[in-house]
Write a new protein. Sequence first.
Length: 164
Amino acid sequence: MSGSPGICIVGTSNAGKTTFLEKLIAEFERRGYRVGTIKHHHGDFEIDKPGKDTWRHARAGARAVCISAPRKIAVVRRVEEELSLEQILPLLGPVDIVLAEGYKKADWPQIEVCPPGRTASLVGRKDRLMALVGDGISHSDLPCFGTHETGAVADLIVDFWGLK
């Protein structure tokens, strides 16, 4: 893996991945790390509102549309095929850690968020799973954390990547 170190937060739909990720982002930011995130989405998406200028540009046929403001920038670009995490990393700019939501087939280390009390049907790659997160879960081979233990999960990630 080149660029910033990263972890995929994986799990079934409605397992609580986004909620846990919000807490983990806040924990890393509190510790002074610059966090970048990548969200995997199945299918098409729109981030612009119909009728707005950039939406109109895209509808007119622009292959890439950028909106820039004094404190933010966004680019929407059509691609021929889905980009890999490694191809997306340079788009994030200078960050210390990347937290990706989804990408359960990726080669990155994974932490799986499990619904309460359910670890029987893990969806992450067995060779990439480094921990499980969920309330009332247990596993014989992996460290398990409750959803409130974001500090301990952040410690695990910091130790895994040797971050300072």
